[in-house]
Design a protein around this ligand. Structure first.
Ligand code: FAD
Length: 406
């Protein structure tokens, strides 16, 4: 059968009608376990194809890592992307404008998505320090413009003078996470997705390789298919299904400044740390990387280090007020790539987790490809590099580079 030529809506409808015939009643076709950006985006995509979805969460929907993130959306180009990371990033990059427009037209909520551009800069080091990075972007087909410090300063006069190296990525984007989540929740509700906050899942009821129900502290929920979208908590739940996936929570702290006028226009990156100006005078400064278990508190060292970093890079922030600080738990896999696909030794348990520092940027393509996989269609991006069993031996987690105290 030529899957590509089948009308999408019809095919998906038929696929789930067949499942409902053997599984009558009002149970959902698919349950997402975890209501962060990944679970919500997947439910939104599936529901748009007529699939009955439920999203359950152990606490409130959309309040964990996905809320806490900075919303930086780096560019990519599918025609040239050569690595598994670049292929997902590029495919997602092209989906962001249409997803944002669609969410706006369906819900009236503007998620703040915009192609604001970004600078990568260094305050010290040799002038050629960023040349290899610029070459990598260009190999990927992404526009990267080398800048002298004067040119960088002309682009962003709020930056400290005397940068030693800089380049610009005009296609860099950003989204305002809380607004995007609000839009997804509203759109899911409109598309008939059942949202079940306050439902911690702790295990599965199964018959051989078939998962019959997810067990939660408030009862069990039966469905045709299940997807673990539990972010940093996914390892615990997958272990219950006999699938030892190494995912750890990596804490990231953020400081939110309110500045009037806003001293920056673009995202400013210094390696893994950054300043993200929103359109309304707010500037996010992030982020730490800390192995602190499931502790989401901020620390004096973490917040102090970020404030010092922000002021060194953008002295004009000295006059800004510190509006808020917070921390979130990134779901880190040992190789930094997400896990996407079927859990081995099961026929209907899937996983979409481990997006680490890129869960916002990769959420549209994760939703699109997982929805294709769940409905038995070919995927836009081949999923083999993201398979749950891609490492024959467990990998070590990499060393943490940005501790909370610097
Ligand atoms: C400080 C910081 C900055 C970041 N900046 C960026 C950025 O600029 N760009 C970017 O793309 N990404 C960024 N990220 C990463 C991004 O936020 C994450 O990769 C993404 O949010 C992961 O989404 P998720 O849905 O998998 O996880 P989450 O948002 O954490 O959602 C998982 C959900 O599952 C629920 N859950 C867990 N266990 C269970 C259970 N047993 N039963 C029921 N529910 C359960 C949780 O309550 C939670 O709501 C950042 C993260 C942090 C912390």
């Amino acid at each position: 059968m030529d899957w590509q030529r089948l009308p999408k809506q019809n095919f998906v409808g038929q696929f789930f009608r067949r499942i409902r015939e053997v599984r009558p009643g009002s149970m959902p076709d698919v349950v997402m376990i975890g209501g962060g950006v990944i679970g919500l985006s997947l439910a939104y995509e599936l529901a748009g194809q007529g699939v009955q979805c439920a999203v359950l969460d152990q606490s409130a929907i959309g309040q964990e890592s996905s809320w806490a993130g900075a919303g930086i959306l780096p560019p990519g180009d599918s025609a040239h992307a050569a690595t598994p990371e670049a292929r997902l990033r590029a495919a997602s990059h092209s989906l962001w404008p249409q997803w944002s427009e669609r969410l706006l037209s369906e819900t009236g909520i503007d998620n703040g998505y915009r192609r604001c551009g970004g600078l990568e800069v260094r305050l010290q080091g040799p002038p050629d320090e960023l040349d290899a990075e610029i070459a990598r972007w260009r190999d990927e087909g992404v526009e990267a413009v080398p800048l002298s410090w004067r040119e960088a300063w002309f682009c962003e006069p709020g930056l400290a003078p005397g940068l030693t190296a800089a380049y610009r990525l005009p296609q860099m984007g950003q989204v305002r996470n809380p607004r995007h989540l609000k839009a997804l929740i509203a759109a899911c509700t409109q598309r008939g997705v059942t949202l079940l906050p306050g439902n911690p899942a702790w295990g599965f009821e199964r018959s051989g390789e078939r998962i019959l129900a997810v067990q939660t502290t408030t009862g069990k929920i039966a469905a045709g298919q299940f997807v673990v979208t539990s972010g940093a908590w996914s390892g615990r739940l997958l272990a219950q299904a006999g699938c030892p996936v190494a995912i750890r929570p990596l804490r990231g702290q953020i400081v939110l400044f309110a500045a009037e006028p806003c001293p920056l226009k673009q995202v400013i990156n210094v390696g893994p740390r950054y300043l993200v100006p929103r359109g309304d005078g707010r500037v996010l400064v992030g982020a730490t990387e800390e192995d602190a278990g499931f502790d989401k508190r901020t620390t004096a060292g973490g917040i102090g280090g970020l404030i010092a970093f922000g002021l060194e890079l953008c002295p004009a922030l000295a006059a800004a007020t510190v509006e808020r600080t917070w921390a979130g738990l990134r779901p880190q896999s040992a190789d930094g790539l997400p896990y996407l696909g079927l859990v081995p030794q099961t026929e209907n348990l899937f996983v979409a987790t481990g997006h680490f520092r890129a869960g916002l940027q990769l959420s549209p393509i994760t939703a699109v490809t997982l929805a294709q996989r769940l409905t038995g269609r070919p995927t836009t991006v081949p999923l083999e590099p993201y398979a749950v069993d891609r490492h024959p031996q467990p990998l070590e987690f990499p060393e943490i580079t940005i501790q909370g105290s610097n």
